[in-house]
Design a protein around this ligand. Structure first.
Ligand SMILES: Cc1ncc(COP(=O)(O)O)c(C=O)c1O
Length: 537
């Protein structure tokens, strides 16, 4: 090493220059405190200690694969007063590290620096007690924070629980029933709601929160709550808002278990209902009474695939100051967003297209903040909580919902075109086929036609059953929204308890077959249906 000091003025202002021509200004004036605003020689020693330690610490952390975004070092020193020479007595080197750094790894790095590496430390510790302290500031997440400017597909992928110190790419599963408090004060503050944070997975969990946050962005909702199943969600969207003496107006074309809640459970508690048409909107206003609190509908309906005019219902709800509650399970938020049309609450069976692979159950209630507060309170008390595992699966599934739905929709449309030309088929119903009776509304309200399609096979109930038996690849199962194409025959299964007249009212012909069109190659889907139609004649 070779360092040259050049005197700059009469007041001992030196410029120190090393072999690489790097320079530093030094104030060696005899006047304590300095005159030339350069570093005093003893300060240079401290800076040297900080710099040298920093190099070692950062190198060790790098080897340990810790992510340091920034580092600042603050050094405080006490000198022996009234002693000549006045050397250091105590030195504190404080590291302020910004990044994703594990405290234990940093402590180890500091220890190694002291024990082994930092030469300046080794010299200076002969005369002074040197203490290393640190603070870690987690770096602002590099993950893009979801924002309203992002496209739907990006939000579905990039909405994620902040990374932990483990720097995971995919969010971890928080399989824990409860969460730990730092101290009694934090426990108190969290229970009173003064401080936000997870307490117990019956009412909050990071995986459930991520699913809810993502679904809120995708539906355009202010808030939400996730439940164990779609039915738990539907019940939680009704129960907090309907009390004894209240009345609800609902489309009669709702899912069978929603029908049971409306017609069997709620009436036990004094809540009245009126069923109205899915398609004749005039019936809705006529059914409203002074004690009506809510309008409820599913669109498109199951299995008839009939549409409700959401704009009409949104305006009706506003006019009569009613809550509009829409089950958006069939359409998914990718294809239709009822809140844009005036819905206050949107429910989902996430079990269907959102999971998309027939694995887990889940439900969601989304909507205005003040309404979701009530849903949350109801769910916190009654406990229809989603499992963290299911929430994790569902949130991951949302990442692919757009691409999956694009393919479900294009397969379904191709199948519709094929079936429309088939001699053994009486009729086909698919929202985005011009033959759909509400084609214009379906086009206006839904971005694409969805994955559900129905057709009526010639030959009534028995032909319908024979057709199902003849299928070789398509699945016969009580679900929908899977990668695998599913065929069902409502007249002999889900709706068999209704008589022929009741079945006709909800749009079920004896030979109606409902397809949940999957992601297999369309040629294979068609081939299986073709051979089953031939074999079941
Ligand atoms: C439209 C609709 N809503 C709600 C549900 C209930 O969902 P889950 O089975 O997740 O309880 C279903 C189930 O098939 C459905 O089709």
């Amino acid at each position: 090493m070779h360092i040259k000091l050049e005197r700059q003025n009469q007041a001992f202002h030196f410029k120190a220059i090393n072999e690489d021509n790097a320079e530093v200004h030094m104030d060696a004036s005899p006047k304590i405190g300095g005159e030339n605003q350069g570093f005093r020689p003893m300060e240079m020693l401290l800076a040297g200690l900080g710099g040298c330690s920093a190099i070692d610490v950062l190198e060790i952390l790098k080897k340990q694969r810790q992510k340091v975004e920034d580092v600042a070092i603050e050094i405080r020193a006490k000198r022996r007063e009234n002693q000549i020479p006045s050397i250091f007595e105590e030195i504190q080197v404080h590291f302020l590290i910004e990044g994703q750094v594990e405290p234990k790894k940093l402590e180890k790095a500091l220890q190694l620096t002291k024990d082994k590496y930092c030469s300046v430390y080794h010299i200076m510790r002969e005369t002074a007690k040197i203490e290393y302290t640190y603070e870690i500031k987690p770096s602002p997440e590099k993950e893009a924070t979801p924002s309203a400017e992002m496209q739907w597909e990006t939000l579905a992928i990039r909405t994620q629980t902040p990374r932990s110190h483990n720097r995971e790419h995919a969010v971890p599963m928080y399989l824990t029933s409860s969460f730990v408090f730092d101290d009694a004060e934090q426990a108190r503050a969290m229970f009173t709601g003064e401080q936000e944070g997870n307490i117990y997975s019956r009412f909050s969990n990071p995986n459930a929160d991520e699913l809810v946050q993502k679904m809120c962005l995708l539906e355009g909702a202010e808030a939400g709550h996730a439940t164990a199943s779609g039915m738990a969600g539907i019940f939680a969207s009704l129960a907090p808002f309907l009390k004894k003496g209240d009345h609800i107006v609902s489309s009669r074309s709702v899912f069978a278990n929603t029908h049971r809640i409306l017609t069997e459970i709620l009436p036990q508690w004094g809540v009245e209902y009126t069923y109205v048409s899915q398609t004749n909107m005039e019936e809705w206003e006529q059914a409203i009474r002074p004690n009506t609190k809510m309008l409820f509908a599913e669109t498109p309906s199951n299995p008839a695939l009939d549409f409700i005019d959401l704009d009409y219902l949104g305006k009706l709800a506003e006019k009569h100051n009613l809550l509009l509650n829409i089950d958006n399970c069939f359409a998914t938020p990718y294809l239709q967003q009822p809140i844009k049309h005036g819905a206050h609450i949107v429910t989902h069976s996430a079990t269907k297209w959102i999971d998309g692979q027939g694995r887990v159950l889940g439900g969601l209630v989304l909507g205005k903040k003040e309404l979701i507060k009530e849903v949350y309170a109801f769910a916190r008390r009654t406990g229809p909580a989603i499992s963290p595992f299911n929430a994790w699966v569902l949130s991951k599934s949302l990442e692919t919902l757009a691409v999956r739905m694009d393919r479900h929709c294009s397969n379904a449309l191709k199948l519709g075109h094929y079936l429309e030309k088939h001699r053994e088929i009486e009729s086909v119903k698919y929202p985005h086929l011009p033959s759909h009776p509400q084609y214009d509304l379906a086009k206006r309200q839904m971005k694409q036609g969805g994955g559900m399609l129905t057709c009526v096979v010639k030959g009534g109930v028995e032909r319908g059953r024979r057709f199902l038996d003849a299928l070789k690849m398509l699945s016969l199962t009580a679900n929908l929204g899977d990668t695998r194409t599913i065929a069902t025959h409502p007249a002999s299964t889900t709706h068999s308890k209704l008589n022929a007249e009741q079945q006709a009212i909800v749009g079920i012909a004896p030979g109606l077959i409902r397809f949940s069109v999957g992601l297999e190659h369309i040629q294979d889907i068609i081939a299986d249906i073709e051979q089953a139609l031939a074999a079941s004649k």
